[in-house]
Design a protein around this ligand. Structure first.
Ligand code: ZN
Length: 446
């Protein structure tokens, strides 16, 4: 790893510039904190949480009233029990409260304030505010993830995502640009079709590739079909959607590489990253994550519940016990020894949950190898219309025969573990949502 030096003839050890020094100073602390026992991390976290709550209490009327009801007093201890008595704010509540959650006078030391909005696939977007300080943490946690994964910074990074143009850059981007010397990066917009993406990847021959899981899966399947090798590829990186075991398997099959996934959101930043053991560790220095059951109590390891986020450094629009919309399974301690809490699995959203007539619910999965051999299907999406009605949207290279349709229906009835009334609908394409995400199962009755 080569640290960038601001003094050209003093490269070893390097003397970083101001931005590099700031980034490394934070990284030094993150390196130390991650090995602290969980209860000590929690204690320090509540110390920082108190600062956010005090700011919200003094400047934002909604929080002043809410915190007062929970017994908050500036300068006095606010216990975990008191914190857990604060109301849960879901997306609808945040949309409804809108500007009432915004700090009218953010401390100048936090830098500029930026307005953003989620580009969610359904409903009204959530408007949020961030600061230079929150961006600083986003970059630090991105760099930490590179370090956890022991990436070779001299490699070439390929990125396929939304909101980018096709270009080549000299470094991997903001997280490393002023800190560490990296190899080049190349970006391509995710709207490019899969064959074009594969040609582009073949041409660039990257060491690493970052994109959405659904895109990785489509690329891996096509690469395996056409024997497109990426000889330098060492690791895949994914974000923005649920990463299935099936996708991991397809990527191993196509390129013999593993995927490192990042759990993040536009409004909260980096929530959890995977360590070398594959566990998702909550980035506790930046946010407090709760996983709660239907009664609002904290889930035990192995239990699935709703994810609540509390941001620790966002003073522009503090998100406090914000229900982000995902369900996740709480995890036990990780053998790596880090004290950062573990999320075992991220399950998805309510709209990705299958509901059966007997009242049970689960997140279904549709491994490609179960249905891909039945018909020349290029893309498939399962939509639950009512408790016992399912529509399979299918994009195929030709019309399906009656036999293929009935085999497909039978296979999906087995996969869904219920004799749903299934109809197959032929479609010209299954577009990605506004934020370029793809869901293979959508429930319209959630
Ligand atoms: Zn770990």
């Amino acid at each position: 790893m080569t640290i960038l030096s601001q003094i050209p003839d003093c490269v070893w050890p390097a003397i970083p510039g101001k931005a590099g020094a700031l980034a490394l100073a934070l990284q030094y602390q993150l390196e130390h904190i991650q090995w602290m026992p969980g209860d000590q991390i929690r204690l320090a976290q509540f110390g920082q949480l108190h600062r956010v709550l005090a700011e919200a209490f003094s400047k934002i009327a909604y929080w002043r009233d809410t915190l007062k009801r929970a017994g908050f007093e500036s300068g006095r201890t606010f216990s975990e029990v008191q914190f857990a008595s604060l109301p849960i704010l879901d997306r609808l509540a945040v949309q409804g409260l809108a500007d009432k959650l915004v700090n009218p006078s953010v401390p100048g030391s936090h830098g500029k304030v930026y307005k953003g909005s989620t580009s969610g696939s359904t409903g009204t977007p959530v408007v949020f505010y961030q600061t230079d300080l929150t961006q600083h943490f986003w970059r630090a946690l991105t760099l930490r993830e590179h370090l956890w994964q022991r990436r070779d910074f001299s490699g070439k990074m390929a990125v396929i995502r939304s909101n980018v143009n096709t270009r080549v850059a000299g470094n991997w981007g903001a997280a490393t640009a002023q800190v560490i010397k990296t190899g080049p990066a190349c970006t391509l917009n995710i709207r490019a079709d899969i064959d074009e993406q594969l040609d582009w990847l073949h041409k660039h021959n990257p060491d690493y590739l970052l994109t959405h899981p659904s895109n990785l899966k489509a690329l891996a399947i096509r690469a395996a079909e056409h024997s497109v090798a990426l000889p330098r590829l060492r690791q895949l990186r994914s974000f923005g959607e649920i990463l299935s075991d099936d996708t991991r398997e397809q990527c191993r099959r196509a390129w013999k590489v593993e995927i490192a996934d990042i759990y993040s959101s536009e409004e909260a930043g980096c929530i959890a990253s995977q360590c070398e053991h594959g566990a998702y560790h909550v980035q506790s220095e930046n946010l407090l994550v709760e996983i709660v059951n239907d009664h609002g109590a904290a889930c035990e390891p192995g239990e699935i519940g709703r994810v609540l986020i509390t941001t620790l450094h966002n003073f522009a629009m503090p998100l406090i016990r914000y229900e982000i919309g995902d369900y996740a399974e709480s995890g036990a301690e990780c053998p790596c020894g880090r004290g950062l809490p573990v999320i075992r699995r991220i399950m998805g959203r309510v709209r990705n949950m299958l509901k059966l007539p007997d009242g049970t619910q689960h997140w279904p999965s549709f491994p490609e190898d179960r249905w891909i051999g039945i018909a020349p299907i290029q893309q498939l999406q399962v939509v639950q219309k009512s408790l016992d009605t399912i529509v399979l949207k299918v994009k195929s290279t030709r019309d399906l025969t009656a036999t293929e349709v009935s085999r497909l229906i039978e296979t999906f009835q087995q996969t869904l573990k219920f004799p749903h009334r299934i109809t197959v609908e032929s479609v010209a394409s299954i577009p990605r949502s506004k934020n370029s995400k793809f869901e293979d199962f959508i429930s319209e009755i959630a």
